[in-house]
Design a binder for this molecule. Structure first.
Ligand code: OGA
Ligand code: NI
Length: 368
């Protein structure tokens, strides 16, 4: 077992060992982009091949990703909102929501505490940094495959589960001091918002209310991305092209641009909007909707001026949950596109296929 795994439990009894472990970790932490990027040129190991690097083309920062005013879903315009969300999910796999009901103060506090986490001195982050994939709450750099990947991503990441909250909160970062309190409140609101959006989608698909409110949406994880200013954004990526493997993602992207979505073979930028969330359809929702909703490929580019911090709140089925196209969608003129499977089977394959879209879903497709 990685000795750092039991860091928390050793904490009070063995100050000397902890000091050594911390020092060891501080050395490993030098891999974090944020610990070495200052005034450096882009190292070779961060340069993507010409076919996958962003290059210098101007990507439209568009108005095309639909913006949905959720306050209208409470009023007589509900049907129109349901339709708008359904169409956006079908056409783009992405939309933004405004007037979403999550308090602006909470969203600001949350973003600030996330930024403060990445700005903590190394010794305060040392207990969280880990290269052990089994550690549920960990700070790492690039991707879980740092040691085997061909090119590194220009990002540091903190990831931890949020459900069940009472258990999870104990393993979250102890610093900044308000982290646990603020992020607990945020995770509750983000889950509520996710369920509300899933409710509108199930209404639109005719699945009946409460369809997603059980094991299908039981698991929640926060994944924070921190992209320091980059010496050459045209050559590297913060996150490479992928689809999210979960059910639904609620992304807080703050006020710095970087997210791009692939639509009909072209990249389009998602404009940061004040007090909005970006919502995207994960693979599982695409499968359950029998391809009526689309899980779109997306990536994050970097910029040379300012650090960008984002927070993806992933809503997923429990590991043992059975996923299949919703029975009520299948009828005489519609056949299921996918077989039934356990969610964990999908995840194992997704990790193995490194997020490649076709290969991630291929084993679950019914042919003929
Ligand atoms: C992700 C993701 C995009 C961003 O974390 O899955 O797509 O803009 N992030 O940080
Ligand atoms: Ni993503």
């Amino acid at each position: 077992m990685n000795p750092l795994y039991c860091y928390e439990s050793l904490h009070h009894n063995y100050p000397k060992q902890i000091k050594d472990l911390k020092n060891l970790n501080i050395q490993e932490m030098e891999k974090l982009v944020s610990s070495w990027f200052n005034n450096k040129t882009l190292p070779q190991s961060y340069i993507f091949p010409p076919e996958t690097r962003p290059g210098n083309h101007v990507i439209p920062r568009c108005n095309t990703i639909p913006v949905v005013d959720l306050s209208k879903a409470l009023a007589y315009e509900r049907t129109a909102v349901v339709q708008q969300i359904l169409e956006a999910s079908h056409e783009f796999g992405f939309f933004q929501v405004i007037n979403h009901g999550v308090s602006e103060n909470l969203v600001n506090d949350t973003m600030n505490v996330f930024k403060e986490f990445f700005e903590l001195p190394a010794e305060d982050k040392a207990g969280i940094y880990s290269e052990d994939l089994k550690r549920p709450c960990r700070l790492y750099t690039s991707s879980p495959n740092f040691n085997s990947e061909k090119v590194h991503l220009w990002r540091d990441s903190l990831r931890h589960p949020c459900h069940p909250l009472k258990e999870c909160i104990k393993i979250w970062p102890p610093k900044p001091t308000r982290y646990r309190e603020i992020v607990a409140a945020y995770s509750i609101e983000a889950k509520k918002l996710g369920l509300r959006i899933l409710g509108l989608l199930s209404e639109g698909l005719g699945l009946g209310s409460g369809f997603f409110g059980n094991k299908l949406s039981e698991s929640t994880v926060l994944s924070l991305n921190h992209y320091p200013p980059c010496p050459d954004p045209s050559l590297t990526l913060g996150v490479s092209k992928h689809c999210d493997p979960n059910l639904l993602t609620i992304l807080l992207q703050g006020d710095v641009y970087g997210l791009q979505v692939l639509k009909d073979g072209e990249w389009i930028g998602v404009e940061p909007l004040h007090n909005a969330f970006v919502v995207n359809i994960g693979h599982q929702l695409e499968i359950i909707s029998n391809n009526k909703l689309k899980s779109a490929e997306h990536r994050a580019v970097t910029n040379s001026k300012v650090a960008r911090t984002t927070a993806a709140f992933f809503i997923s089925p429990s590991d043992d949950c059975i996923i299949e196209p919703a029975k009520s969608l299948i009828g005489t003129d519609e056949s299921p596109v996918y077989r039934a499977f356990e969610f964990k089977e999908f995840l194992v394959n997704y990790i193995y296929m490194e997020g490649n879209f076709e290969k991630s879903v291929e084993p679950f497709k019914l042919h003929g």
